[in-house]
Write a protein that binds this ligand. Sequence first.
Ligand code: CAA
Length: 480
Amino acid sequence: MAFDRVGVVGLGTMGAGIAEVFARAGIRVIGVEADAEALARGRGHLERSTGRAVDRGKLTAVEREEILGRVTLTTSRGDLREADLVVEAIPEVLEYKLALFGELDRICKPSAVLATNTSSLPVTALAAATGRASQVVGLHFFNPAPVMRLVEVVGTVVTAPTVLSDIGDLSANLGKRAIVVGDRAGFVVNRLLLPYLNHAAQLLELGVADRDGVDAAVKLGAGLPMGPFTLLDLIGLDTAYEIMGALFDETRSLRHAPSPLLRELVGAGLLGRKSGRGFYAPAEEPAKPGDKSDVATFAVQGSPSLAVRLAEAGFKESDDPDVVLHVGDRPVVEHAVRLARPERLVGVHLAEPVVELASTVLTSAEAALAARDLMTVIGLTPVACKDRAGFVLDALIFPYLNDAVRMYESGYASIDDIDTAMRLGCGYPHGPFETLESLGLARVRDGLRALYAEYREPAFAPAPLLDQLVTAGLTTFPRP
Ligand code: CAA
């Protein structure tokens, strides 16, 4: 089926981005908003985004005019009667969407396909609100829509296979890779991404590390394009909270319980970029390092190479040091209590260029400062955290990897689709299975066991498949 004319209902950040994607691919777009004010905002999104592309030399002024010229903006839904496809991108409220799908079913021509960009509501329920359930799909884009190269095409039990393949072909024409999945809360990407973001908010609330430390650890230490709090601000805290709620409703797993901190920020109207402030305020200064220590001497447990680097930077190893750096197994406090001066011991996890520095309940403020300064001098980015399983990075990343294994085990998506989805949907340098294999399956399995032992969260227990592969001595996942 040819999709020559496409309607987009709702021109917020996502809807406007989706309209731009179609127009850039040469397709005529009918953009619909509720009233003139919302329409003007939608026009503003389109003009800014394409204007920015001209400024960066990605589009010529003429191409920009052509793209904008392909978009007709209207407040009348009746204008959608000629559309071959309508993509809905209105707020995530089921009753609004049900009403809209009923209305689109009445307005649109019989052959038209109706799609929803929902990230948390059941596509099946929307399909059932129409008399053309076999022509209703999920078509889920990622923020920013013009940039992220993935779409999730969601089929329900009644979607016609030809509709799925037509939408898959259309996605390729838009320059997007489509993965086709069934109708489960969160689909692939949000099911893996949002629990990890929520978990970051939980660690923040538990005081395991601060906002900037968590973001730095993830961005620099794991190489992801954004730290979790920067990304939450981009997605919108209200959207994140809604998705977590939908995941929890489906799974009843504590791993999916929305963080109270998210609820509080949403309640305060701090929704992220769209409201001007979320975890970050607009023109916030990066945190400045506080007091400097006058550390001179150190000892290192468990890493001769770290000791050499510190000595080369001019610090002295000593039997009675200012700070003892413990690299290795934890709980760190068990190593501290063996020392004459337990307050001087700090746990260290290197994820270069990040170094996580774990203070125990006994660590003195002076020793924590000393550790931070030593690491800064040798060119690392210190992230202060508490002595908790996985510190920050492994605590956030390992459960996400485990979730991916469970998703594959459940038969919902293939390893390749899951890896592709996370690379293209979130800009990750590697998919979760690629990451698991490069970190080492045994290391991740053992890290998960430690997390489970500490937090007793059932979702942290290693997925049976991961456990079995390690027991069998395998280092990669079986791929067909
Ligand atoms: N609109 C249009 N284009 C944009 C844009 C926007 N809002 N933001 C950035 N871009 C473009 C820039 O113009 C630039 O394009 P060129 O390379 O062609 O010049 C490119 O993106 C890179 O931008 P920047 O150099 O300014 O910034 P960056 O290198 O820091 O990249 C980013 C920005 C692409 C957003 C990157 O940080 C990233 O990939 N972040 C992860 C985003 C992510 O995870 N998205 C998915 C969220 S989940 C979701 O959306 C689903 C849901 O249902 C909640």
